[in-house]
Design a protein around this ligand. Structure first.
Ligand code: NAP
Length: 320
């Protein structure tokens, strides 16, 4: 289904026309691609399946490493500014989702519940989503004490005891965000060493509300009986029960690459490309977290979005 997205004042788009470029996903990478494609004066459509733009960026409370801000900036603010800029530069933004694609011809076809969208070039910026632990009790308590977003749910745990599971940048950054709310946080990681950047590790070790549980795995989330909430962990060779109020899980991401499984080359689920963001199919480009690469940051996402739009413009110019 298509609705015009929030900030968009361009309600005149006809989706039966052939676009120069359709960008899938309005995270920082897709939004940057839209800004650049718009400035190249390409007929640009940006499609986002959520009601708001920003993707994972919109859920980050404090962005500390995006150049140009000497204090922190909220992810949702950054995303809103990027969205305004994309619209200002001429991109249309639509809410909707792609079910499947046909990349075989010169004109690429994107199948949506409302019909087929046709375009000369495509930029895939569909991002990634949180990975689940897949342990008993997790699925049925999502939104009822189990969360994957500190910004969204942190306020539910004011003066409570919670656990954060994970050892990457997201887990540690979100733990710091959660210290604004919770009185005590168990930070649980399966190895004895965090994966997160050293600077954030140094910061987190100064916070007294955090109890570190390394070499520890979570076996079960038990929020079942008598409103008693607990998790079962395995630590130091034995099982242990921890009583708490909520669990935040940050154990990595899964790429949103499903519609492209048959059409493109993938590695570990991520879409492969060259350094110009070209995939194995002419006219199809990829950028951001859904791309196979080693560094997933807002900075790399926006850089790749710009490069993808540059490559798409070059491709379209050469085809004319
Ligand atoms: P990540 O870097 O892949 O870290 C995932 C963490 O979860 C790892 O510590 C991993 O443990 C643990 N883990 C994975 N599967 C698990 C399981 N089944 N059970 C228990 N623990 C499990 O993921 P991320 O933190 O979500 O970050 C994703 C990407 O975004 C990274 O490239 C990251 O650098 C980037 N990022 C950047 C920023 C920023 O620029 N400010 C912020 C957040 C994230 P092991 O270490 O043992 O594998």
């Amino acid at each position: 289904m298509f609705n015009f997205s929030l900030g968009s004042n361009r309600s005149d788009v006809d989706i039966s026309q052939i676009f120069d470029v359709v960008i899938m996903g309005a995270g920082p990478s897709g939004l940057t691609a839209a800004i650049y494609a718009g400035r190249y004066r390409l007929k640009t459509l940006l499609i986002e399946k959520k009601l708001v733009c920003g993707g994972q960026l919109a859920t980050i409370a404090h962005v500390e490493n995006y150049p140009g801000f000497d204090t922190t900036v909220s992810g949702s603010h950054l995303a809103q500014e990027m969205e305004k800029q994309a619209i200002k530069n001429g991109a249309w933004i639509l809410q909707g989702h792609i079910e499947s694609v046909n990349f075989t011809g010169q004109i690429k076809e994107l199948n949506t519940p409302k019909g087929v969208i046709k375009t000369r070039a495509v930029i895939i910026s569909t991002g990634a989503q949180p990975r689940m632990l897949n342990i008993p009790g997790e699925q049925q308590h999502i939104g009822k004490g189990v969360s994957y977003c500190a910004t969204c749910d942190g306020h539910l745990f004011i003066d409570k005891t919670i656990a954060v599971i994970g050892g990457g940048n997201t887990a540690l950054e979100e733990t710091i965000t959660l210290t604004k709310y919770a009185k005590k946080i168990f930070l649980i990681h399966r190895r004895n060493e965090f994966r997160a950047d050293k600077i954030i590790q140094e910061k987190i070790r100064m916070i007294p509300e955090i109890e570190f549980m390394l070499n520890t795995t979570v076996k079960e989330i038990d929020f079942g009986k008598d409103n008693e909430r607990k998790i079962l962990v395995h630590t130091k060779g034995q099982d242990k029960t921890i009583h708490l109020d909520g669990v935040f899980i940050f154990v990595g991401i899964i790429p949103n690459s499903k519609p492209f499984l048959d059409a493109l080359n993938l590695k570990e689920g991520f879409i492969t490309s060259d350094e110009d963001m070209k995939t194995c199919i002419e006219g199809v480009f990829v950028s951001g977290d859904v791309r196979y690469k080693s560094l997933r940051q807002i900075t790399t996402a926006v850089g790749e979005g710009a490069t993808a739009a540059f490559s798409a413009n070059k491709y379209l110019t050469e085809k004319r």
